[in-house]
Design a protein. Structure first.
Length: 689
């Protein structure tokens, strides 16, 4: 069968040259034959009479042999031409008839650049059902698809199109422009109510509007957003195993804008205020992000031209402005750069300059077709990653990847970062005869079950947990810090989470601690996956309050280090707030953002007060929360590239360093009081509220 298709394809490529050559031979033999029979006639007369042979018209008797040969060859050419016309008409009608009789098939509508690759990919992976393409494709594209047994249909009326779409299981609409795509979709919608429908768009803003007001059963995909997401999956901007400088994006179009946006969405967690360096020719892509109010996250350099030398110099400045973690405080790695220029011929020299000047850099280059470049120039650098835009957008699994899939990735990454010595839904819980935990190692099977429960059925459990926290999630996230949920709401969220994980974790304080800490991080994980999370209630602790309290947390750390004589030998023990890197400032913000978890762990609540009374924790409560604080700190380090910190180890292995965790707990009431927030028992706070 494969050989038969190859033979047909070879004849299709040679058909016109062969028939054309035979036609020329007819004319040549005809002119020669007529000249032999009528030497006195002119050349034009002989040529005209030779052309009449194709109409099966011959006047005369006893033709000479060249004329005889020309007559029969002309009849053959004419017959073949008529046969081809009839075959083409019948073939299109037969193809249309078969397409309308199909059930469970895939239909691609439009003439967008991804049509051919998508059709071929679906045809290769289809275990059943045929593939049809509806659109006025170029002849060479149509021939290639037809040779692969993909039906190509053009010029269909409304009734014929409805017939093709009626029993389809999958419909993908890909136009040359967004206006064309929307027009085609309006034609497709009435006949495809039960099909899995996908629409591919160019504009990120239009796609976000679509996601906010989704048409029933239609999955909208933006080309640049989807390529950006896949690029960051292949080459992550924040690798968990290393601390890295802020990413650098070099670009001049929508893709560069979406890369920056998705980097910011993914980086806004655990108190971090992510930054991205943007390098472009003039205010091209960065201006759109500034319109979103992201000036504080953008480090924009606008160059007159993006020569390799200029780009390398800009990257050097990024490295010079980033302090790596001190020895023993984490492992650092080189710059993550993303080259998203319109022309691949500009991208490669820029990427090579970055690799040459920055030995530890890792560079992702996005081009239309990476295979052309790697075939021509090779790709032997381990730090150079080629991203093929055309290949990604022609992959159905890429187009179908949704925010739910991204949430599963975020939850998995969060699970991997959980301190291995701490009990969680994702680890074994084995106790000795006294009840002490002796084995809490991660369990991959348990991780898989937990993630499926949390994100299965469209992330139903995750959204039920959000609902219990008084939170809403909408598609199309704007990069920002997720809202902080109060202690009472957190306990409600934890109950829903534990009920959904029934059987995976035994009852007890460890399960409660895991559920509260995970519930507090869940809004951030959901936001990283692409939703915008907002609170229906005005939070007592907002981002501005966190920013005011974080320096107080650091000052308490400085004072405690002085009392303990700096047991960790940290340079931060004497550093002013403004002297610290963004990473360490984020670490202090994360302490404040975790206050509701601490209060929920010991059954306390909070309220707004004009004259807050300081609540004093018992020694047992301080000890419990100090261990929880170390667990949170360890998770922060592992989640943000500093797993190599020398104090990321079990609580039981710590000595005087425990005093630093106790200090963070003991100052909690004073810090919240500075913001007019009073701690108390739930019953008391309800009475006073």
């Amino acid at each position: 069968m494969g050989r038969d298709r190859w033979t047909k394809g070879r004849w299709a490529r040679r058909e016109i040259p062969v028939i054309g050559s035979v036609a020329l031979l007819v004319l040549g033999l005809g002119v020669l034959g007529w000249w032999q029979q009528d030497p006195a006639g002119s050349f034009l007369d002989h040529l005209y009479r030779s052309l009449q042979l194709f109409a099966v018209s011959y006047e005369g008797t006893d033709p000479v042999w060249p004329l005889q040969a020309a007559r029969f060859l002309a009849v053959g050419v004419a017959f073949y031409a008529v046969l081809r016309v009839i075959t083409a008409v019948l073939s299109s009608q037969i193809t249309l008839y078969l397409a309308t009789r199909d059930k469970g098939h895939s239909v691609l509508v439009g003439t967008g650049p991804e049509i051919r690759g998508l059709a071929q990919g679906i045809r290769r992976g289809a275990s059943h059902g045929s593939v049809s393409v509806v659109g006025d494709l170029a002849d060479d594209e149509a021939a290639q698809l037809t040779a692969q047994r993909i039906r190509v249909l053009s010029g269909l009326g409304e009734r014929e199109l409805d017939g093709v779409l009626r029993d389809a299981s999958r419909v993908i609409v890909v136009g040359d422009s967004d206006d064309e795509t929307v027009r085609l979709l309006s034609s497709v919608m009435p006949a495809t109510s039960t099909a899995d429908r996908t629409v591919v768009l160019e504009s990120p803003d239009l796609t976000r509007e679509w996601l906010r007001r989704p048409a029933s059963g239609v999955h909208a995909v933006c080309r640049s957003t989807q390529v950006a997401l896949e690029t960051l999956r292949i080459s992550p901007p924040y690798p968990a195993e290393h601390a890295v400088p802020p990413p650098l994006v070099i670009g001049d179009d929508l893709l560069a804008t979406e890369l920056v946006r998705r980097i910011l969405v993914a980086g806004w967690r655990d108190g971090r205020r992510p930054a991205v360096h943007c390098l472009s020719v003039g205010p091209t892509f960065a201006s759109a992000l500034r319109g979103d109010g992201l000036d504080h996250s953008l480090r924009v350099s606008e160059e007159p031209c993006l020569t390799p030398a200029r780009v390398a110099a800009a990257a050097q400045r990024v490295m010079e402005g980033w302090p790596p973690p001190p020895e023993g405080k984490g492992r650092s790695s080189g710059l993550r750069a993303y080259v998203a220029l319109a022309r691949g011929s500009d991208s490669l020299p820029v990427a090579r300059a970055l690799l040459r000047e920055l030995p530890d850099a890792r560079v992702a280059v996005i081009v239309d077709d990476a295979e052309h470049w790697t075939t021509s120039l090779g790709s032997n650098e381990d730090r150079l990653v080629w991203i093929s835009r055309g290949t990604l957008l022609s992959d159905l699994s890429v187009l179908k990847r949704s925010s739910v899939d991204l949430l599963a990735d975020e939850v998995a990454a969060d699970a991997r970062a959980w301190p291995p010595e701490s009990p969680s839904i994702f680890g074994r819980l084995v106790r000795d005869t006294t009840g002490e935990l002796i084995d809490v190692r991660p369990d991959d099977a348990r991780v898989g079950v937990g993630i499926r429960r949390l994100v299965g059925n469209g992330a139903r459990l995750a959204f039920e947990v959000l609902e219990a926290g008084g939170l809403d999630a909408r598609p199309g996230a704007r990069p920002c810090e997720p809202p902080i949920v109060g202690p009472a709401r957190l306990r409600e969220m934890a109950k829903i989470l534990l009920s959904g994980m029934d059987g995976l974790l035994p009852t007890g304080p460890e399960a409660t601690a895991w559920a509260l800490e995970t519930a507090a991080r869940l809004p951030g994980l959901i936001q990283c996956a692409g939703w915008g999370v907002s609170s229906r209630e005005e939070p007592l602790l907002d981002d501005a309050a966190v920013e005011r309290l974080a320096p107080l947390v650091h000052q308490a750390y400085v004072d405690k280090q002085a009392d303990l004589r700096n047991p960790t030998q940290s340079a931060l023990a004497t550093a002013a707030w403004d002297e610290m890197s963004e990473f360490y400032q984020a670490s202090n913000r994360a302490v404040v953002r975790d206050y509701p978890v601490k209060l929920a762990l010991v059954g306390l609540d909070w309220r707004r007060s004009d004259n807050p009374v300081l609540h004093h924790l018992t020694d047992d409560q301080v000890s419990l929360l100090a261990e929880a604080e170390h667990r949170r700190w360890s998770h922060f380090q592992r989640r943000n590239g500093a797993e190599g910190h020398s104090f990321v180890k079990p609580w039981s292995a710590l000595g005087s360093e425990r005093g630093l965790d106790r200090s963070n707990v003991e100052m909690m009431a004073r810090a919240l009081a500075a913001e007019g927030i009073e701690i108390g028992d739930p019953a008391d706070t309800k009475e006073l509220a």
